[in-house]
Write a protein that binds this ligand. Structure first.
Ligand code: 8YV
Length: 318
C-alpha cells in the first residue's frame, strides 16, 4: 500500500477517503507543526505528502524521500518548497489556487476597513471601560470612499480585492511584474512601484513571495508613502522589512498597518508590532473560513489521489 503523510490534523472525512486505498499517517496535533525530525522520518518512505506552510520541503527532505511522487501544499503560496529540487527529484508539487481567492480577498477588505475606522482600538477602549463619552473627534478614522487604493500583485486575490472596491468609489492602482489584462478590465491602472507608493492612501500587498518581491517594503518604500497611508499585508511577512515598518508607523511616516502575515510565525507579545495602536494584527487567517479550508483540503487530497493513481495533478505548480 502506498503511504501518505499528512502533517496536520485535517477534516476526518478526507482522511477516511484516503484510507480506502492508502496507508495514511496523520500528525494529530492541530496547532503544532510536525517536528522536522519526524517529518523527515515519516516522509522517507512516503509516496505522497499533504504539507503545510510550516513544512520545509527542501533538498534534504526530497533526497531522503526516495518513493515520493507528490507533495500537495495546503496553500496557494509555496515559498516553503524548493521547486528546483522537486523538479530534480521528479516530485510533483500542487497548491490550492482559486478555492481561497474570495475568502482571502474578504479578509484583506476586513483589514482595510478595520484599520481605516480604528475598529480594534475603539473596541479595546470600550472593553477596558475607558469610554468617557461622545466627543466630535473621538476615534475619528479615515474614509475609504474617494481615496486611492494601490494593489501590489494583481493575481487572482488582488483582482478579487479590486472587484470589491468598485462599490467604494475609489481610484484603484496596481503594480505587478507585468501589466495585467485582468487588472485593466477591472478599471485598475498599472503604475510603477514608486508611483503606487506615493499616490496610494491604502496599499495592499497580495503578491507571492519571490526573490523579486522579498523585502520590497523597506525603509525607502515607507518613506515614499503618504503620511496618511495604511499598509495592508495578506501576502507573506517577508515582503516587509518588519523593523522598518515598525519604525515607519511609530514615527508617523505612515498612519498604520494591517497585517495577517509575519516573517517568523507565530509572533508573540515581545514582537515590536504588538501593543502598537496603529497596527491591526491577525494570526494568518486569510483563507480561514470553514468552507474554504474544507475546499483546500479536498483539493489537496484529490491532487494526491490523482497522482498516486497514475493520473494528472489537478492544480500543479508549474
Ligand atoms: C494558508 C496562505 O491558509 O494559501 C496561502 O498561501 O497563506 C493561506 O491561505 C496558509 O498558508 C496555511 O497553509
Amino acid at each position: 500500500m502506498k503511504k501518505i503523510v499528512i502533517t496536520r490534523k485535517i477534516n476526518p472525512t478526507m482522511i477516511q477517503k484516503l484510507e480506502k486505498d492508502f496507508e495514511v499517517v496523520v500528525w494529530n496535533e492541530a496547532e503544532k507543526p510536525m517536528p522536522r525530525e519526524r517529518f523527515l522520518e515519516e516522509t522517507s518512505d512516503a509516496h505522497g505528502v499533504l504539507a503545510m506552510l510550516s513544512d520545509k520541503v527542501d533538498e534534504e527532505m526530497l533526497s531522503n524521500a526516495q518513493n515520493l511522487k507528490v507533495v500537495a501544499n495546503l496553500a496557494v503560496g509555496y515559498d516553503n518548497i524548493d521547486l528546483e529540487s522537486a523538479r530534480a527529484h521528479k516530485v510533483i508539487i500542487t497548491n490550492t489556487p482559486d478555492v481561497l481567492t474570495e475568502t482571502t480577498a474578504e479578509l484583506a477588505f476586513t483589514l482595510m476597513l478595520t484599520s481605516a475606522r480604528r475598529v480594534l482600538e475603539a473596541n479595546r477602549q470600550l472593553m477596558a471601560g475607558e469610554w468617557s463619552g461622545w466627543s466630535p473627534y473621538h476615534m475619528a478614522g479615515t474614509d475609504i470612499f474617494g481615496k486611492t487604493v494601490g494593489i501590489f500583485g494583481m493575481g487572482s486575490i488582488g483582482a478579487a480585492f479590486a472587484r470589491r472596491l468598485s462599490g467604494f468609489r475609489t481610484k484603484v492602482l496596481y503594480h505587478n511584474r507585468s501589466q495585467s489584462e485582468l487588472g485593466d478590465s477591472l478599471g485598475a491602472e498599472f503604475v510603477s512601484f514608486d508611483d503606487l507608493l506615493s499616490a496610494s492612501d491604502f496599499i495592499l500587498c497580495a503578491a507571492p513571495l519571490t526573490d523579486e518581491t522579498k523585502y520590497r517594503f523597506d525603509k525607502a518604500a515607507f518613506e515614499r508613502m503618504k503620511e496618511s497611508a495604511f499598509f495592508i499585508n495578506i501576502g507573506r511577512g517577508a515582503h516587509v522589512v518588519e523593523e522598518d515598518l515598525a519604525e515607519a508607523v511609530e514615527q508617523g511616516q505612515i498612519r498604520g498597518a494591517a497585517l495577517d502575515v509575519f516573517e517568523n510565525e507565530p509572533i508573540g507579545k515581545d514582537h515590536p508590532f504588538v501593543g502598537m495602536d496603529n497596527m491591526t494584527l491577525l494570526p494568518h487567517i486569510g483563507s480561514a473560513s470553514v468552507d474554504t479550508r474544507n475546499n483546500m483540503m479536498n483539493l489537496c487530497v484529490n491532487n494526491v489521489m490523482e497522482v498516486l493513481n497514475g493520473g494528472k495533478p489537478i492544480t500543479p505548480v508549474k
